[in-house]
Design a protein around this ligand. Structure first.
Ligand code: ADP
Ligand code: MG
Length: 315
């Protein structure tokens, strides 16, 4: 199968057209119509086998993941996703693998009606890079730098599930807990609706890819403030507690790959935050408060809690 046939079969003919794609796959470049009155928002992330996902996971999960991580970055800005390009490096052309990959990719793309408008296909180690484009009303981007003392700190979903799922991959176990956690690692759900609804409401936001504690540190450093958080407020799923036992808190704080949103908002906006998350069907939990002094401090039952120095990220 040559490159042209590969692109036609697995990528070009897979989607319904969007009106703002003037010219999509097939020419030297895509032509996209940007509505006046919006800023363009661009994010790019490459995932490489062995570094960002373990060898041997299903091609559908890889197709899902390369787009999901980029939609998550757009969500963390508060943006509406529109289009994306895909740069794919493949060791060999395997039609079954490509069929699974493009199914995972387009199943997610269709959820948010984002269009694949171009890309590149090369021979090399297995890797998939996506550049995602979205839009925002000027001035409404939620930056990392906007947190202010007194703001509340929230996190969506149940962090820690993804790393627990990753640690269970290949365990040979198959029960409700294992299946749930594995799917939280393999098919992260970018919080697109929640992120968009927080544009103009949240003061700062980041998506949780490197672990909640690490990403909170980045948010607070960018804002020039610190945070005080309550370990007991952490939203731990029943499955995580079941699988990780005493390690559940450590995994929730340091695990990574969650693709949840962590954000701050003025304390007076707490009820509005709650309403927006109900409207978008998103679980959200307040876990702490922004303070003037630098540093991210956790407390448990009134005592200081030291975040364990665990590294979960090697395959
Ligand atoms: P060029 O040599 O001009 O870069 P290519 O042969 O690489 O052209 O690509 C032909 C067309 O197919 C272009 O529109 C390109 O954007 C698109 N394309 C190539 N690979 C992919 C891919 N993996 N997914 C989507 N579109 C792709
Ligand atoms: Mg090319």
């Amino acid at each position: 199968m040559d490159e042209r046939a590969l692109i036609d079969t697995f990528f070009a003919r897979r989607q319904r057209p969007r009106g703002d794609v003037v010219l999509g796959i097939g020419d030297d470049a895509a032509v996209l119509r940007v509505d006046p009155g919006f800023d363009l928002v661009v994010a790019t992330d490459v995932i490489v086998e062995g570094t960002h996902f373990p060898p041997g996971i299903s091609p559908a999960a890889i197709g899902h993941r390369c787009l999901a991580v980029n939609l998550s970055d757009l969500a963390a800005m508060g943006a509406e996703p529109l289009w994306f390009t895909l740069s794919l490096s493949l060791p060999r052309v395997e039609p079954d693998w490509l069929a699974g990959f493009s199914r995972g990719l387009f199943d997610l793309a269709e959820c948010f009606t984002v269009a694949l408008v171009g890309g590149d296909t090369v021979r090399g180690p297995l890797a998939a890079g996506v550049t995602a484009h979205g839009r925002l009303r000027p001035g409404s981007a939620v930056r990392r730098s906007g947190a202010r003392p007194g703001d509340g700190i929230w996190v969506t979903g149940t962090p820690g599930d993804a790393v627990a799922g990753r640690l269970l991959l290949g365990s040979g176990r198959s029960d409700a807990t294992t299946d749930y956690l594995a799917s939280r690692f393999l098919y992260p759900e970018p919080r697109v609706a929640a992120g968009r609804s927080l544009a103009g409401v949240a003061s700062a936001m980041i998506d949780v890819s490197d672990g909640l504690h690490d990403d909170l540190c980045k948010l607070m450093t960018a804002s020039g403030v610190g945070a005080e958080l309550d370990v007991e407020a952490l939203p731990l799923s029943a499955a995580l507690k079941d699988a990780a036992g005493e390690m559940a808190v450590a995994q929730a704080l340091t695990g990574g790959d969650d693709y949840e949103l962590c954000f701050t908002a003025a304390a007076g906006l707490a009820s509005q935050v709650g309403e927006l998350m109900v409207a978008t069907g998103t679980r959200v939990t307040r876990i702490g408060t922004v303070v003037p002094a630098a540093g991210v401090r956790w407390r448990q039952a009134g005592a200081d809690f030291t975040v364990p120095d665990l590294v979960f990220r090697h395959f």
